[in-house]
Design a protein around this ligand. Structure first.
Ligand code: SF4
Length: 324
């Protein structure tokens, strides 16, 4: 990681997550500059949500981590309780998939946004209330005054996600971790939110990590992509490179499918790959070997080293790392 990136975005190095005996994330590294978006793509159980929660320091009690997640001068993974309280929302904000569960049911939308403005920006109640309405307008809500007075159950799914986005943006985070926030929304609402987030990332110079199992949204929102499988990043690079010449057999299968059916349901890309992703313990060697059409003799025994194929494009596969 460069010093510039460390001071201006998110740099994750050799991150591991364990749930007891289960090694769910097995040493992932990535970096996102401010004003840029990294999409982390993978099937259920691949470790992408554990990665998001670890970087946000929101893993459940009992989970343990190794490695680092650095924003500016702060290593989130080793921050003290006080440092973390101070950083939460302002340095790193987390946007969950289930807005209904995340919103407080007994506080209006406006009050929840205003609360963040008061705590994180130190403004008074009047300024916070006015700021909450402005933020609702910024995230594309019509009649923001009226919506600010409504409760979660009075809002549509798309509006709830926009309110969550307004809450996340209220503290002006340097890094926003969005964990499948549009999965439950219909295609039109999702497209609106993706366009809005893309604008805000550039306008607010955030570093955005967008977690998804939908390769279809990646081209619409991301600058770079990390493909996860079996707790590992198996390929990573600029979005054009990954779509135009994917090197890993898993990425190739993933990318080929949605090109023909960009508007197919998100799981279509994964369903096109024979077999199921590993849940629980990962297979030995390359975790993709039971499903890989190109598997070599060495694949069940040894994990391939990650090699850089061209600047910024890395892949972990014996087909690309083995000497010719
Ligand atoms: Fe397939 Fe082997 Fe490459 Fe894994 S390392 S993706 S099993 S060829």
């Amino acid at each position: 990681m460069t010093a510039t990136l460390r001071s201006s975005g998110l740099a994750v190095t050799d991150l591991h997550v364990h749930y007891g005996e289960r090694h769910a994330v097995r040493g992932v590294s990535f970096a996102v500059a401010r004003g840029q978006t990294l999409a982390i793509v993978g099937e259920s159980g691949c470790g992408k949500s554990s990665t998001a929660l670890a970087v946000s320091r929101l893993l459940p009690v009992g989970a343990t981590t190794e490695g680092s997640a650095v924003v500016g001068d702060l290593d989130i993974s080793s921050a003290t309780g006080d440092e973390l309280r101070n950083a939460r929302g302002r340095v790193v904000a987390y946007m969950p998939q289930d807005a209904m569960a995340a919103l407080n049911p007994v506080q209006s939308a406006g009050r929840q946004i205003a609360e963040v403005l008061r705590l994180r920006r130190g403004v008074d109640r009047g300024q916070a209330a006015a700021g909450a309405v402005d933020l609702l307008e910024d995230v594309g809500i019509n009649e923001p005054d009226a919506v600010a007075r409504r409760y979660a159950h009075e809002l549509s799914g798309g509006m709830r996600q926009r309110v969550m986005l307004a809450i996340a943006l209220a503290a002006r985070p340097q890094v926003l971790i969005a964990d499948e926030p549009t999965t439950a929304l219909d295609v039109t609402v999702q497209a609106g939110i993706l366009a809005l987030v893309r604008e805000l990332v550039v306008a607010d110079q955030m570093a955005l990590v967008w977690i998804t199992h939908d390769i279809g949204v990646v081209a619409e929102i991301a600058d770079t992509v990390a493909i996860m499988y079996g707790g590992l990043i198996v390929e990573q690079g600029p979005v054009e490179t990954i779509f135009e010449h994917p090197a890993h057999p898993y990425t190739q299968a993933l990318v080929q499918s949605p090109r023909d059916s960009r508007h197919a349901p998100p799981k279509a890309a994964f369903n096109a790959i024979p077999g199921s992703p590993p849940l629980g313990d990962f297979p030995s060697g390359c975790p993709f070997h039971p499903r890989c059409p190109a598997a070599l003799k060495v694949c069940p025994q040894t994990m391939a080293a990650t090699v850089e194929l061209e600047p910024g494009h890395v892949c972990a596969c014996h087909l690309t790392s083995a000497p010719a």
